[in-house]
Design a protein around this ligand. Sequence first.
Ligand code: ADP
Ligand code: MG
Length: 318
Amino acid sequence: MTLGEFDLIARYFSRPCRRRDVLLGVGDDAALLEVPAGQALVAATDTLVEGRHFLPGAPARSVGHQALAVNLSDLAAMGAEPAWALLSLSLPEASETWLQEFADGLYSLAGMHGVDLVGGDTVRGPLVVTIEVLGFVEVGSALKRSGARPGDLVFVSGWPGESAAGLELLSSGAATFASDDPLVRRHLFATPRLELGRALRGRASAAMDVSDGLLGDLRKLCAASGGGAGIDLDALPVSSRLASRFPRARCESFVLDGGDDYELLFTIAPDEAPQLVSALGASVELARIGEIRGGRGVQCLRAGVEVVVDGGGFDHFA
Ligand code: ADP
Ligand code: MG
């Protein structure tokens, strides 16, 4: 390493903090942060490993963006306000162009959501990026996976499946990292749904973000809530970008089983749904895909008839 560890931190990860609740940021042994009275501290962490969570050689800007986006998505799913991030970076070498782009990707998303990078750790090793995001939510108003009740409607935001389709285009060689294909951009630069998470506070009965596939994640939500769900395959949000490039069955499998969407999956009582939809206006697409029932597991239906589909969701140890 021509660039030493401390120069690296000083050069790339010490941009000034903007928040007043950061009493001490990067540079000491730990950060000092002030949690507002009456708020619960919300903490989430996610690790991205090269070759497992992102393709080898992926643009550094995308890696920096995604590492933060996946964590912000977890806070969105809780209805929380993100505030601070810590970055643990393991790098095979200190390439200055890589670091500059990585930092730009990370800081630009952080800036959009008012998040300050307040600390971290830097080591040499395989390329692994771990971010921890901290934020807050008023005590008692966090969204959880466990509140869905029979009769609640099941919604998902945006266009799940596009990220998985983008990954397929990249891994099959049909597109390159530089492509401006919207499916590829969706895969490289996810949009965490913080605004939707805020709007769901006090309205949704349960929520989670879709990281491992819609079907598998809905099963988790149902298990946490102690119920089951039925979803209508014809109501799945298949974007025209997907539909124009892949056969219907393939589109459905992208939507049901594709990972890395970072959309929000939530349930809401039927009489609350219209208010939510009008409060959100055109800011985000919402698809009503089914409803919560008694029993267990998720049934997929087409014209009311049960259909067996693959799609268990991603499991690192399966
Ligand atoms: P320590 O040895 O006390 O853990 P370090 O030398 O690892 O401290 O880090 C020095 C300072 O730089 C600390 O404030 C730490 O939080 C911060 N830091 C280290 N690596 C990063 C990074 N990748 N991003 C942001 N801050 C970092
Ligand atoms: Mg350290």
